[in-house]
Design a binder for this molecule. Structure first.
Ligand code: FES
Length: 132
């Protein structure tokens, strides 16, 4: 609304607040893993593995943790702030594989189209590779 009124971008400040609720879980797939632009909602699969491509690290014991939690355990620095899916500081490129996210308020449609996920929310559904 402020943009529509002509307020300069540098004068627009956004403040978000998080609650710990987990009302829904959504899925995301890397663009190369999407079929006809749709995310595969097939039956749940056990989590597979997580590879941090730039850090050259492969994790096979995921323990139901988020990608951010696993990165922290492995000493791989990923930015974060809210840990609730709101701020977007933890946006990470999903190179391949599928994840589920309990919240994804910080993702814009262009993020979803480009396979960007929120590391603080994303849990692996299969063999996942992220650009981190
Ligand atoms: S740390 Fe805020 S959205 Fe992930």
């Amino acid at each position: 609304m402020l943009r529509d009124l002509g307020v300069p971008e540098e004068q627009i400040k956004i403040e978000s607040f998080a609650s710990p609720s987990r009302a829904k879980t959504t899925e995301a797939a890397a663009p190369s893993d999407q079929r006809n632009g749709a995310v595969d909602h097939a039956a749940d699969k056990a989590a597979g593995s997580l590879r941090f491509a730039r850090s050259e690290r492969l994790i096979t014991d995921l323990g139901g943790k988020t990608i951010l939690e696993i990165a922290e355990q492995q000493g791989i620095p990923l930015p974060y702030d809210c840990r609730a899916g709101i701020c977007g500081q933890c946006k990470t490129k999903l190179v391949s594989g599928m994840v589920t996210m309990d919240a994804e308020d910080a993702l814009e449609p262009i993020d979803r189209a480009n396979g960007v996920i929120l590391a603080c929310q994303a849990r692996c559904r299969d063999d996942v590779v992220v650009d981190a």
